[in-house]
Write a protein that binds this ligand. Sequence first.
Ligand code: SF4
Length: 177
Amino acid sequence: MTNTINTNESPSNILCKSCGLCCSGHLFAWVRLNAPELDSAQSLGLNVIRNDPRQRGFTQPCPLWDGMCTVYSSADYPRTCRTYKCVVLRRLLDKDIILPEALSSIQETLGLIGEIEPLIPASSGVSFRERLITHKEFLESNGKKTIELEFLRKTETLLTYYEDRFGVDDFIDYDLK
Ligand code: SF4
């Protein structure tokens, strides 16, 4: 957690400012934009991809994440960013869990990501998600050494967290839910 908690902030703000996983390239490699949003998103400073209609959006890590979203109040704030709420956030908003439980869930996920990061070799992938999946698929189709089994075990746990806590169960694409 890198931010000082302001007690006047809503629990959901506190949670998201302590996380950022849906902006940092850990959960998603890219985020979909509707065609009319492309120009305004580019003007905001997002890295827009527009040539393939099946993958029209912007890449992650989001360059506008700086410990918090820096364009949250912009009229051009993308619709997908406005509508995405992970499972932890939805449960917090529904009062199904309280803030300390939600923060603990995020911190546990961030801790596991921190353990996996040094086990991933450098690659051409830009986002953590791309590098994670590329390395996982490589190991699954090639031999595994002891250190790689550790990576695969931790990655399986992380992907369970991704599905249960963030609603991310596809590792090919991200679409509006
Ligand atoms: S992954 Fe969830 S808790 Fe984290 S910033 Fe996104 S919506 Fe907020």
